[in-house]
Design a protein around this ligand. Structure first.
Ligand SMILES: Cc1cc2nc3c(=O)[nH]c(=O)nc-3n(C[C@H](O)[C@H](O)[C@H](O)COP(=O)(O)OP(=O)(O)OC[C@H]3O[C@@H](n4cnc5c(N)ncnc54)[C@H](O)[C@@H]3O)c2cc1C
Length: 460
């Protein structure tokens, strides 16, 4: 009986004949029968058009001659990426931690991308929402300040320009901030931020330039419903979506954010593959104040407690929240940035609420109150007074219980790769992740050790 790969040996991209009704006969090893589906072939099929999927596509396009398809059940920015605050900071990352090298490499690659935009005669602010504001991790207690002083030493030893700002220096840098007796800040002047929507649009546009060469195609509003294994190797030969069957010659990559756990569970359910990807959604609210002139920031800010907030289940002043919130492990930690359009963006909450993306007004109130503790001007303003300029952004961060993304091949399915679970750092770690995935697929030497991110031992 023929194996899937022998059905269309001369398939070429974008040729009129490559889209046809096709019957895929069941082989001994393939578990799914694909009948009556539009069929196209690519070297690499990427599922998920968030920042991770799109930057992986970009890296294949600029770093190899492979053809790439990107599939999404909706559109780019419909997942966590569209909600992201946009900071690419190192100030809250810990030298020597398992994600440090990946974060540093990504930091360098983002800088290079912004530079290449400049080299093309374009403005990184306009194209990417790129702003090198520097970042401040702000302490308010003596104990926090001591921790930040040590952090500054660590960051400096790791090669980053970092300094500890005393209360008086902090006041000069950020006059709108309430600075008490024990306040201080870790300052990383080279930290930058971007606008996720602008950056995604820029990357998509650049990727699409490869369409005319037959190397790139997008399949949006087309959810993946199964994977098709082919041949005796058990490799994934194709991905079946609701509208298409996308054959993959080299690799299938799942960059499906917080959906990766449930999706992979469904896809391998009836196979012998044992895979349990523990990625789950961690909901976050952001409050955006458009054309808000009452407060101006010179830098991006984050409260020192954010470092724990990202990984742990720190509780806020729970009395202000509904009793049922306790089960959600709700936490709110102050982050404040000005985006490329001059809007004030205040964050952020974390909670486990399944795939629910509805606005919770009590959380918005809590974000506002928390910001008011840092910025006295905000505490003077009732939330109801700013309803005309108030927007709320909600996203589901892809949470991994051990705090690291999962990046690598699935054992037993050698051409199936996962790249998910970046939680609150997917924008900042995207370019390093993309480089790592492409190097793995192409068998190239890695710039960053991928062992901490392996699928084996964490998902199977
Ligand atoms: C409030 C908030 C603030 C944040 N701020 C920052 C920040 O400042 N800096 C930072 O680095 N990170 C930040 N993050 C985290 C960052 O946004 C995420 O880590 C990142 O966007 C994850 O990207 P992704 O591509 O993995 O996932 P997503 O953007 O969620 O993309 C996954 C895609 O997979 C698609 N998909 C799912 N299932 C299927 C299917 N069956 N078929 C086809 N497609 C499918 C979805 O439609 C989606 O488009 C923030 C997140 C939130 C929520």
């Amino acid at each position: 009986m023929a194996s899937a790969s022998t059905f269309c040996p001369n398939q070429t991209l974008n040729s009129p004949g490559n889209c046809f009704l096709y019957q895929w006969k069941k082989t001994r090893s393939s578990r799914t029968e694909v009948v009556g589906s539009s069929y196209q072939a690519f070297d690499v099929v990427i599922i998920g058009a968030g920042i991770i999927g799109l930057t992986i596509a970009r890296q294949f396009l600029i770093g190899s001659n492979l053809s790439v398809a990107v599939v999404d059940k909706a559109v780019p920015c419909s997942g966590a990426t569209g909600a992201g605050q946009g900071y690419l900071w190192m100030v809250h990352k810990t030298p020597g931690s398992e994600t440090w090298e990946l974060a540093m490499r990504s930091h360098t690659l983002w800088e290079m991308l912004a530079e290449s935009v400049r080299d093309q005669g374009l403005n990184p602010l306009a194209e990417l929402g790129w702003r090198k504001t520097g970042s401040l991790l702000v302490s308010r207690t003596h104990a926090e300040s001591d921790i930040l002083k040590k952090r500054v030493t660590q960051l400096s030893e790791a090669g980053l320009e970092a300094e500890y700002l005393s209360r008086d220096d902090l006041r000069k840098e950020e006059p709108a901030l309430s600075v008490g007796g024990d306040s201080g800040a870790a300052f990383v002047p080279s930290d930058s931020q971007l606008d996720a929507q602008r950056t995604v649009a820029f990357i998509e546009k650049a990727n699409r330039q490869f369409s005319s060469k037959g190397r790139y195609a997008e399949f949006y509003h087309d959810p993946v419903k199964c994977i098709v294994r082919s041949g005796s190797s058990g490799e994934v030969g194709a991905v079946q979506t609701f509208m298409n069957t996308l054959h993959s010659r080299k690799a299938v990559i799942f960059a499906t954010g917080c959906w990766t756990g449930s999706l992979m569970h469904d896809l391998v359910r009836s196979s012998e593959i044992e895979l349990d990807v523990p990625v789950r959604p961690r909901k976050g609210h952001l409050l955006v104040l458009e054309n808000f002139n009452s407060l101006k920031l010179n830098h991006g800010l984050m409260e020192a407690g954010y470092v724990n907030h990202q990984t742990a289940t720190l509780r806020p002043s729970i009395s202000e929240l509904e009793p049922s919130d306790e089960g959600r492990n709700l936490s709110v930690s102050m982050t404040a940035t000005m985006d490329a359009a001059g809007n004030l963006v205040l964050g952020s909450s974390r909670e486990f609420a399944g795939f629910n993306t509805e606005v919770d007004d009590s959380i918005i109130k809590h974000i506002w109150q928390r910001a008011g503790e840092f910025f006295p001007k905000l505490s003077e303003l009732p939330l109801s007074d700013i309803s005309n300029c108030k927007k709320v952004r909600i996203g589901l961060r892809p949470y991994m219980p051990d705090g690291k993304p999962v990046i690598g091949a699935v054992p037993g399915l050698s051409n199936l790769f996962l790249a998910a679970g970046h939680e609150g750092g997917g924008l900042s770690m995207a370019l390093g992740t993309a480089e790592m995935v492409v190097d793995m697929v192409l068998g190239q030497p890695r710039k960053v050790d991928n062992a901490p991110f392996a699928v084996q031992g964490r998902c199977c």
